[in-house]
Design a protein around this ligand. Structure first.
Ligand SMILES: Nc1ncnc2c1ncn2[C@@H]1O[C@H](COP(=O)(O)OP(=O)(O)O)[C@@H](O)[C@H]1O
Ligand SMILES: [Mg+2]
Length: 261
């Protein structure tokens, strides 16, 4: 039996203003699995990731990491964030620190490594994201794709049990998206456990082991990547057919004869 890494049970999030953004989400992520979460803007995808990483407190529900409940008042949030890596759309790098220092920071302060130990780990993850030639650069002198790969290296350096990605390519110019998707695909191939919120539907289909389609705060459809080409629910069919032409994968089977692709 595969080991369960994340177990999300009946998650609800009502924001202070009263928006019920997440309305009873449950799913599991097993060791080595890549799960993609897709869905239109405002469907609650980022809210789910932020609850998992304890950036916000869910109104209701339980989140377990390897069998241990992590949304309790006793959970050490810093420790948790080193076990659950997160990569944001906007990179969130420190502008005044060089690439190498951005990656060593958490290792030194959270993992209490010496400078030498931290640099050794950082160099190995920076090599993995193909950035060894930029270790002395400041984020301001990197392309968006390079910045995002630094952010991925920083998360990887902590050896997280699971990595969360929130639309990692949506702030990038089209020509820079490929290198970041390649990096994420490489991690999937190596067996990294990941939850990837993405609007890159073909990427989700080709890389994820499982797809979760969210709509209005609920899981409206969930299944293997084949659901992208063979959606069952009307809601997923409608979502897929609403996407821009280049994002729509080939051969969406539509039962009704309305316009698609
Ligand atoms: N900090 C917040 N305060 C109030 N409402 C929020 C906040 N963040 C998100 N929302 C609302 O929650 C809903 C889900 O948002 P979000 O999780 O960001 O969706 P997605 O990531 O799928 O686009 C939206 O209606 C959004 O406006
Ligand atoms: Mg979002």
């Amino acid at each position: 039996m595969p080991e369960k890494v994340l177990d999300i049970d009946d998650l609800h999030m009502i924001y202070a203003g009263g928006v019920h953004a997440v309305r009873g989400i449950s799913f599991e992520v097993n060791q080595g699995e890549s799960v993609a979460i897709i869905g239109s803007s405002g469907s609650g995808k980022s809210t789910v990731l932020r609850c998992i990483n304890r950036l916000i407190e869910p109104t209701e529900g339980k989140i377990h990491l390897k069998g241990e409940q992590i949304n309790t008042p006793h959970t050490d949030v810093n420790d948790l964030r080193s076990r659950i890596g997160m990569v944001f759309q906007s990179f969130e790098l420190f502008a005044h620190l060089k690439v190498l220092e951005n990656v060593t920071l958490g290792l030194r302060h959270v993992r209490k490594m010496s400078k030498g130990e931290a640099e050794e780990v950082a160099l190995s993850v920076l090599e993995r994201v193909d950035l060894l030639d930029r270790i002395g650069a400041y984020p301001g002198n990197l392309s968006g794709g390079q910045k995002q790969r630094v952010a991925i290296a920083r998360a990887l350096a902590m050896h997280p049990e699971v990595l969360l990605f929130d639309e990692p390519t949506s702030a990038l110019d089209p020509e820079l998206i490929g290198s970041v998707l390649e990096t994420i695909k490489g991690l999937a191939d190596e067996g990294m456990t990941m939850v990837i919120v993405t609007h890159e539907i073909s990427f989700a289909r080709d890389v994820a082991d499982r797809i979760i389609y969210m709509d209005e705060g609920v899981v409206a459809e969930e299944g293997p990547s084949s659901i992208i080409n063979n959606p069952k629910s009307e809601r997923l069919k409608k979502f897929l057919s609403s996407l821009h032409e280049d994002e729509v994968p080939e051969q969406i089977h539509q039962d009704e004869g309305d316009s698609t692709v």
